[in-house]
Design a protein around this ligand. Structure first.
Ligand code: FES
Length: 134
C-alpha cells in the first residue's frame, strides 16, 4: 500500500465517525409523548390513536376535545365504542360505559380515565405518562 492510499484510508476512517456525530447533533429532540394533528380530528368523529401501548380515543366536539383511555377499568381489556348503543362496551366480561366514560353496567366499578393532553399549535400533544403514575 503506498503512502497516499494509506492516508486516504486514514481520512476516510476519521471522517465516518465525525459524519455520524454531526448527524446525531442535527437530530431533533422530540419530547416523549404522542403528537396528533388537529386536522386529523373531524368534528364528532371518534379517532383512536396508540399512545405508547395504550389505545386512546380523541373526540372533538363543538364543546371541545376529550382524550379517553380505552383500557377497561375492570381487568384491562380494550373497550369498543358501539354507536347503536351509544356506549362503550367491553367484551371480556360484558362491561359497559356511558359516552362520558362513567360505568353503565357490568363488573367495572371505575370510569374510563381521561388522558391528559395539551394543545400545541395545530397539534394535540399527549405527554408520556410519568413512570411513577403507571
Ligand atoms: S375487563 Fe372489561 S368487563 Fe372485565
Amino acid at each position: 500500500m503506498d503512502r497516499l492510499s494509506r492516508r486516504a484510508l486514514l481520512e476516510l476512517g476519521a471522517a465516518a465517525p465525525l459524519a455520524a456525530l454531526a448527524a446525531c447533533k442535527k437530530a431533533p429532540v422530540e419530547p416523549p409523548g404522542t403528537l396528533v394533528p388537529l386536522a386529523s380530528l373531524n368534528l364528532g368523529e371518534r379517532v383512536v390513536v396508540m399512545h405508547g401501548e395504550e389505545p386512546v380515543e380523541l373526540l372533538r366536539t363543538t364543546e371541545g376535545l376529550t382524550a379517553r383511555s380505552l383500557w377497561c377499568t375492570h381487568t384491562g381489556c380494550r373497550v369498543i365504542w358501539e354507536e347503536e348503543r351509544n356506549a362503550y362496551r367491553c367484551l371480556c366480561h360484558d362491561g359497559g360505559f356511558n359516552p362520558d366514560g362513567s360505568v353503565l353496567y357490568g363488573p367495572p366499578t371505575k370510569p374510563l380515565p381521561s388522558v391528559p393532553f395539551e394543545l400545541q399549535g395545530d397539534h394535540v400533544f399527549l405527554p408520556a405518562p410519568h413512570p411513577a403514575s403507571g
